[in-house]
Design a protein around this ligand. Sequence first.
Ligand code: BGC
Length: 353
Amino acid sequence: MRALTVVPGRAGSGAVRDVPDPVADGLVSVDVVRVGLCGTDAEIERGEYGRAPEGSEVLVLGHESFGRVSGDAGGLRKGTPVVASVRRPDGCPNCRNGEQDMCLWGGFRERGINGIHGFCAERFAERAELLFPVPEEIADVAVLLEPLTISEKGWRHLVAAQRRMTYWEPKQAIVTGAGPVGILAALLLRLRGLDVTVVERTEKPARRELLARIGARYAATSVTPLGDVAAARERVDVALDATGSAAVAFETMRLVGANGAVILTSVTGADRRVELRADAVNQGLVLNNVLVLGTVNANALDFRQGIADLAAAERRWPGFLASLITRRVPLADAARALPHDPNEIKTVVEVAP
Ligand code: BGC
């Protein structure tokens, strides 16, 4: 079958190649409809991240899936629309409890990223419990579920951690980065009732208009420095970084006020260095009881909550989610779509639309 592949570690090696069909042995076989591309795929394509399965030179890319079950299996009916989760467990205590997103030993694998083929192929096979059926009403936008689950997990952990105090009612949030993860995080925070400002580097009027549709504010640091954006809000309770830049991630630690929290989502695979006002950052974190929380991948709870939130968002802001998919490419052209394009929001590979 045809699949979008790379040779991990070799920049520019992305190509559509023939790969063996997946072995369906006791697994559910899924016909892929579309796969989203993201910053992680671009990093892998630049040779900065990613690992092929043992014994394979290439890695099939794609971890933002949407497909339909090919034939009745594992309790799922043929045609059921599904999204697969990404991370696969090792034998650590958390993985054994289904929390491979909290793996302790580091022997986990991630489909399309680390040591196991991904979904950007004509078919894949997976264990039924790692497939999440989605309602038909959101099937067209279900490819956005996986990038949403990153913030779903961040929010779930944040709420759990903030039980460290008796009163916490977050009102203001700043999201840095107006790519898909940032916009979906803003959507989630709006659904939870927060006043949200999304900040990016260069002003894009279309993004401002888009975010206004869900009642989120927008600012660009080319016009207003990040610190001023925060200062204009009454105490910032939550900052979520989705820029892909470690420098900005550290800056966000200075934005939140008393008892606030910073959620970090950027997977930064390069080796950049920054100069940092470390005393000020540290002092702010200490004196404000600030919580800094990394969120990677997601578990079944986040996929289920994400499905509910996609449906809620579609009811409240019809058509908003679909407008995040700004570019569709056929599988044959997928390799050319791998490099990050700041003008696009979500690029998807239409494998079999
Ligand atoms: C994916 C996660 C994955 C992370 C680190 C992200 O792009 O969405 O599923 O855990 O990269 O590899």
